[in-house]
Design a protein around this ligand. Structure first.
Ligand code: CTP
Length: 211
């Protein structure tokens, strides 16, 4: 069993010293990698910049931008039986990266952004038979409708949704409350727990088929 997990935020450069990023800590993805390794599976973790030690025994690939992550994921994906995209990949990046350091001037600054590639959408379009594809949906409103919409649009087998406004959920905290939705109509509400317990619960359901 080979499992590929992504984690953390990406950084999208504005110039040599500045970038756009998000609040992802990488904790959920790292917990999944640790839990997968503990199950004895061949585990590859592709991670954006985080302040976490690499999980022992896991093959870690560190990346910075959404583009780097897409390149690394596309290389590793064909060999994976299970792919879990827990990374908070930036949806936009600056259209042009300023060469050197941008100097401030009078008045405001207009930064033009362009879309990054949706890696999970690509994986859904290139999913091979027998491969299990799992996404994450961090939602602030209409959690179920948005999560199930993403599940269908990206051709996923499962999506792990969480309400980022709910107590004990969100980016920097050590706990999470996830609801799993499957392509075949399952809706499984997991209990609020520390991220390692949540990771084990997710793997029990999506890989081992335990309910
Ligand atoms: N994802 C990805 N590539 C991107 C953006 C997101 O692979 N460029 C993946 C994430 O890893 C996650 C899922 O897609 O598994 C999140 O879905 P997405 O539709 O991107 O959600 P948001 O980024 O929150 O965007 P929005 O709700 O505005 O659609």
């Amino acid at each position: 069993m080979k499992i590929l997990i992504t984690a953390g935020p990406t950084r999208e450069a504005i110039d040599m010293v500045r970038f756009i990023t998000n609040r992802s800590s990488g904790k959920m993805g790292y917990a999944l990698a640790r839990a997968a390794k503990d199950n004895g599976w061949d585990t590859v973790l592709i991670s954006g910049p985080v302040n976490l030690p690499p999980p022992e025994g896991v093959d870690c690939i560190m990346v910075e931008s959404a583009k780097d992550m897409a390149t690394a994921v596309k290389k590793e994906a064909p060999a994976a039986d299970v792919i879990i995209m827990a990374a908070a990949v930036a949806d936009y990046r600056p259209k042009a990266v300023f060469d050197g350091k941008l100097k401030k001037q009078e008045g405001g600054l207009f930064l033009e952004l362009e879309r990054t590639e949706d890696i999970l959408l690509y994986l859904g379009e290139h999913k091979r038979p027998g491969q299990t594809l799992v996404g994450f949906a961090a939602e602030a409103t209409e959690v179920e409708a948005n999560a199930v919409g993403k599940l269908r649009k990206k051709n996923l087998d499962w999506i792990a949704a969480n309400d980022i406004g709910a107590a004990g959920c969100g980016f920097a905290v050590n706990t999470n409350q996830v609801t799993l939705y499957s392509a075949t109509g399952d809706r499984i509400i997991l209990p609020l727990a520390d991220k390692f317990t949540v990771a084990n619960n997710i793997l029990d359901i999506i890989v081992k088929g335990k309910r």
